[in-house]
Design a protein around this ligand. Structure first.
Ligand code: NAD
Length: 290
């Protein structure tokens, strides 16, 4: 049966590494690297995410600036805050927690963030940089998935990968990263015909669908590596998008939910923030430092 990929341990290693680099950055730059997180409204899940991001930032020797705004904040007021954070030299990374209240247009807010402070990697400029092979910020969840895959498999070149889901946050950047890593990539989505036949050929399966137990164990090629991005709240607690027990009996390796991709997301946010700090402060960071 499959090896269980320990995302929690991988994330802890990455966070410790970021913490060391952040301490060295502070010694050279004379200030801490800083991450600003903006939350509009009081969605309980978002509130928990924002709190744990703040704690992880401080634990990694960086400064956390938390901005909690009321649910009735206007788009103009939120844009004014983004402008202020763009101009603030103590802020290296800006993250606006999604989803935003319905009266605020997410795309308008996300495109207002300075692309060089866009540590979530959602700005179209960063999506374009990823697509064309330029240095930019890559969304944290797919970046974490790629790191887990490379730790598990080493070189991905020539492997067949199926990404299920084509969202701007997970599926599309995941496909771009795998393409860059020279895998042969199929992007499946809600209109895909005969999904199981695509999955059956895949050495790598990344599931980012948002439907519990959607990917069946029988679909998986023996020995494949399965990355389950899904976070679904069900009566039985948190479950992923993959039928874990079925898939684990055929796969070579698989991420659990929780404890797989989830912890890597915040670790990658910290990673992006320390990279942003070096760029913004003009401090050199070794190419393979992190
Ligand atoms: P989304 O709803 O934006 O996208 C879902 C994708 O699934 C769509 O592209 C759609 O085409 C595809 N899809 C839907 N039904 C399908 C079907 N029947 N067959 C094939 N494809 C189908 O979701 P998202 O933001 O990409 O997130 C996906 C999942 O990952 C969710 O469970 C979400 O909670 C989770 N997530 C986890 C993290 C993390 O940190 N681990 C981060 C972001 C999202």
């Amino acid at each position: 049966s499959a090896e269980i990929i320990d995302g929690k341990a991988a994330a802890a290693r990455l966070r410790a590494r970021v913490g060391e680099i952040a301490a060295a950055f502070e010694a050279v730059a004379g200030r801490k690297a800083g991450l600003a997180v903006v939350l509009v409204g009081a969605d309980p899940a978002s509130s928990v995410y924002v709190k744990s991001k703040g704690k992880a930032t401080v634990a990694a020797n960086m400064a956390s600036f938390e901005h909690r705004l009321p649910a009735d904040t206007t788009e103009a007021d939120l844009l004014a805050l983004v402008d202020a954070l763009n101009a603030d030299p103590a802020v290296d990374g800006i993250l606006v927690q999604l989803p935003l209240p319905k009266h605020i247009r997410e795309s308008v807010v996300l495109t207002r963030i300075d692309p060089d402070k866009d540590v979530d990697g959602f700005h179209p400029v960063n999506a374009g940089r990823l697509a064309t092979g330029l240095n930019g910020f890559v969304p944290c969840t797919p970046l974490g998935c790629l790191m887990l895959l490379e730790e598990q498999l080493g070189d991905l070149s020539g492997l067949d990968a199926v990404v299920i889901g084509r969202s701007n946050i997970v599926g599309k950047p995941m496909a771009a990263l795998l393409t860059k890593a020279s895998a042969t990539v199929t992007v499946a989505h809600s209109r895909t015909k005969d999904l199981s036949s695509h999955v059956a050929r895949a050495d790598i399966v990344v599931a980012a669908v948002g439907i519990p137990h959607f990917v069946k164990g029988e679909w998986i090629k023996p020995g494949a590596t399965v990355i389950d991005v899904g976070i679904n709240r069900t009566e039985d607690g948190l479950t992923g998008d993959v039928d874990f027990d079925g898939a684990a009996s055929v796969a070579g390796a698989i991420t659990p939910v929780p404890g797989g991709v989830g912890p890597m997301t915040i670790a990658c946010l910290l990673r992006n923030t320390i990279v942003a700090a070096h760029r913004n402060a003009g401090v050199q960071l070794g190419k393979d430092a992190i």
